[in-house]
Design a binder for this molecule. Sequence first.
Ligand SMILES: Nc1ncnc2c1ncn2[C@@H]1O[C@H](COP(=O)(O)OP(=O)(O)OP(=O)(O)O)[C@@H](O)[C@H]1O
Ligand SMILES: [Mg+2]
Length: 544
Amino acid sequence: MSRIRILSAEVRGKIAAGEVITRPASVVKELVENSLDAEAKRIEIEIGNGGKTKCLVNDDGCGMGREDAQLALERYATSKIGSVDDMELVMTYGFRGEALASIVQVSKFEIETSDGLVGTKIIAEGGLVKSILDSERPQGTRVKVSDIFFNLPPRLKFLKSANWERRLITDMINTYAVICPDVSFYLGDAGREILNMPGVGSALKRLNMLFSRELTDYLVEIDFHLGATHITGYVSRPGLALKHQLKYIYVNSRPVKYPRIFRALIDVYQDPQYLPAFAVDIKVDPKTVDANVHPTKNEVKLRDERYVIDLLCQVVKRAIYKTTMYVDSGVPDSEKDDTFASKKFVQDIILPYGEAERLGPSRATDEFWQLHDTYILAQTKSGMIMIDQHVAHERIIYESIMRGKVQSQRLLFPITLELTPEEYRIYEKTKSTLVDMGIDFKEFSNYTVVIDSLPSDVHVNREEIAGIFGELNSLGVLIKEKAEVARVVACRGAIKAGQRLSSVEMQSLIDRLFATENPYTCPHGRPIVLRWTIEELAHKFGRT
Ligand SMILES: Nc1ncnc2c1ncn2[C@@H]1O[C@H](COP(=O)(O)OP(=O)(O)OP(=O)(O)O)[C@@H](O)[C@H]1O
Ligand SMILES: [Mg+2]
């Protein structure tokens, strides 16, 4: 690392002001970031009483010489930037030159560091340096922070229980452990080991250390490059029904809170019931990121925010739907394109790859079972899936309406409706949208309307049509939204639970479902497909 300098008044003036040390977790965060910036390969953290009595971070990074060690405790002393221009290019976690100075102010502080040539130990308390000594330590840095806020009793009151503070520290370390998988992390509280993670080659291996197999088995990798934007990481497939903490967002490897990205990722899944898991790193040109939004540096602002979020959502969508579509099929990457026929998907996935060809399509239909005339069960190469037939059909109709690809079918027996004045009002309001969706009407006097065509996929009787008008009425102002009307029509027009389906109908349904853009959640957000891997089944049966 280059030598430490005190930032000029110009740069200081541009640095987001504010308190960075609010609790033990912020001390540990700043110290761990310093260790990572110093390219440490092993970081040991020892805390006492959830960090309230002790936060100690020891690393094997580049360390500091005597002069730098002394300077490091000053305000605005940093080796990471020198000018306003550097601030725009910053790729290190730190750049403000304030963290150590802030910690020293509010604690009893010891730093022992060596650059491999000279070892130095500095003891300070409440901002005042008490002694500077020689040290024998090997290259690296050890910072011990005791009795945080000993000189600021009101701040102590804001701290929570030791367990709570420890939890914050553990969660925070986990976020760094995932993005820096080759660094080994140890965390102990009063000598008790809490985390012990040797360096591993990949983020997935780290995730496997931190989270259950049940969760990590659900993850798919994303790795996408476009221009200067590189999006990598892991996201869960839809339908994950586990409580978990894995919602990590990084920008240029910095763990960040980015509510817009968070929201957008949740929306990709359209599943309010189960929150997805994700650990995504968005790498962009540092010039297009402002890391100087908040003094804690855990918020950043992307200049091309909309573009990046759009891209991320597309990448995640493709990964979670395609991976599920192709994961078991053995189809080479080069063939995985959008035009890949959904028919082939059913044969490839439902039957082991290759077998479908040998057995022919008729054999494939034998691989479906209908349970309680409501759910379709199918064997996949890696386990089994269960599909809710009603919501599957709802999704198919909804998407075809929204894409404007509805084929209208003339009814053999047109349906005559004698509408109430209220229903007629709704009919008039929605008529053009409904016609657009493939429902054709003829109007007669006295609120009488005859439906003579329906979308070919929609099967409704008179009561269900009355139900459609009733539901449209309850939409209020949303009645103007095509998507809302489409949801109502799709829900009412879809095959119902309790309807017996033939094998051919089941195959056709699955076939069309997986040709939709989002085969995993219905337009109202309910899950459509549940999956079990053969490993999960074996585990449940006590085989593993
Ligand atoms: N563990 C460490 N190993 C080597 N050098 C360190 C270590 N911790 C701090 N330093 C040096 O001390 C300087 C001051 O650290 P400090 O954390 O106060 O500021 P910073 O990391 O530059 O910026 P920020 O305030 O944003 O964290 C760093 O720039 C770095 O040169
Ligand atoms: Mg720092």
